[in-house]
Design a protein around this ligand. Structure first.
Ligand code: PLP
Length: 385
């Protein structure tokens, strides 16, 4: 038996690797604290859980769901986008429910990339942009996100030859892993670039609701003309502590939404209706639970900032996301620093180079851990230096 070349070329999935390391250390008896993955430890709000339980008992929901999501869920998405971004989408043609945004992000490449086509992806970036490209037979072209450019890609550095061959550009702000944010002026540059070279823009807005200090992240689609060239991926995972539920959505360009939907109808059978009802409860209900989480993450961000300052480590204080992107101390690489911390402090952080070559020299700290454990992890890191 021989596996396909397509998967032989795939890197191991970063977080699956981190999970293995944690399991090994725990088996050795180490009390490991993981700041590696962004996965909220607080539970999903009761009103959302209650809706799931109620709808799970209805046998109507035990059958195959609609391929395109329940009309009621798509309407709730439209309402959310209207309320939050002042944007109107047609629930029948411009909104597509997803089994988590990761699913849609992985599949969009199958809809738009032929073997040999180029994709423009951020470096460092969420690993699925790279993997999705490879699975479709495409060639990823990295757009470096550098501190000197506020972690925005410099579009003027993309050659005419590459731009002409590119089919998709992925961007994502608030950004994972750098936690950088973008302005509408930057999004406008992206729209102009995409129009010039006829590229589909995919904006991954998984962290749009997790922001601090009064900052409200925009939608890429707020830029006039953005819908002509782009779609946005949204997720209920981080917003409502629903990572395990697997529900998200894509909105925007009708042709792109239809193409992604065509791939999906052939490979999956939609989201359990009871989860979609719970999603409606989340999107339509009180957003106090979101505010509460933002306050919790802001408090943890400040705990991390104080500790990093004490250790004289450089970092940019995030305005959004649940991550802090930290420069490793002199003498370390991303990997050697992550390994040092794991071995000497029993703390897991993600090495920056795992998100792409320009992540070298950084590690990412996640704020999705209880305050006491976060504080203990920081003390242990300090003692290890
Ligand atoms: C930037 C980014 N996009 C998308 C996702 C996927 O989220 P989900 O599939 O849970 O909606 C994540 C998860 O960590 C992420 O960090």
């Amino acid at each position: 038996m021989k596996e396909a070349q397509r998967i032989a070329n795939l890197p191991p999935y970063l977080f699956a690797e981190i999970d293995k390391k944690i399991a090994k250390k725990r088996a050795e008896g180490v009390d490991v604290i993981s700041l590696g993955i962004g996965d909220p430890v607080e539970p999903t709000s009761t009103h959302i859980v209650d809706k799931l339980c109620e709808q799970a008992r209805n046998p109507e929901n035990h059958r195959y769901p609609s391929y395109f999501g329940m009309p009621e869920f798509r309407k709730a998405v439209a309402g959310f986008c209207e309320k939050r971004f002042n944007l109107s989408f047609n629930p029948d043609t411009e909104i597509l429910p997803l089994i988590g945004s990761k699913e849609g992000i992985a599949h969009i490449f199958l809809a738009f990339v032929d073997p040999g086509d180029i994709t423009l992806i951020p470096d460092p970036g969420y690993p699925v942009y790279n993997v999705g490209t490879i699975l479709a037979g495409g060639k990823p072209h990295y757009m470096p996100l550098l501190s000197k450019n506020d972690f925005l890609p410099d579009l003027t550095k993309i050659s005419e030859e590459i731009a002409k061959k590119a089919k998709i550009m992925f961007i994502s702000y608030p950004n994972n892993p750098t936690s950088a944010v973008a302005t509408l002026e930057f999004f406008k540059e992206v729209v102009d670039f995409a129009k010039k070279y006829d590229i589909l823009v995919c904006h991954d807005n998984a962290y749009s609701e997790i922001a601090y200090d009064g900052y409200l992240p925009p939608s890429f689609l707020e830029v006039p003309g953005a819908k002509d060239v782009g779609i946005e991926f949204q997720s209920l995972s981080k917003t409502y502590n629903m990572t395990g539920w697997r529900i998200g959505f894509a909105v925007g360009n009708e042709m792109a939404i239809e193409a992604l939907g065509r791939v999906k109808t052939n490979v999956d059978s939609g989201i359990f209706n009871a989860i979609q009802y719970a999603g409606i409860a989340a999107l339509d209900g009180s957003q106090d639970c979101v505010k509460e989480m933002c306050n919790i993450y802001a408090r943890r961000r400040d705990i991390v900032a104080k500790a990093l300052n004490k250790m004289h480590l450089k970092f940019a204080k995030p305005k959004a996301t649940i991550y802090v992107w930290v420069n490793v101390p002199d003498g370390f690489t991303s990997a050697s620093f992550a390994t040092h911390i794991l071995e000497k402090a029993g703390v897991v952080v993600s090495p920056g180079n795992a998100y792409g070559p320009s992540g070298e020299g950084y590690v990412r700290i996640s704020l999705s851990v209880k305050d006491e454990r976060l504080e203990e992890a920081l003390v242990r890191i300090e003692n290890s230096l």
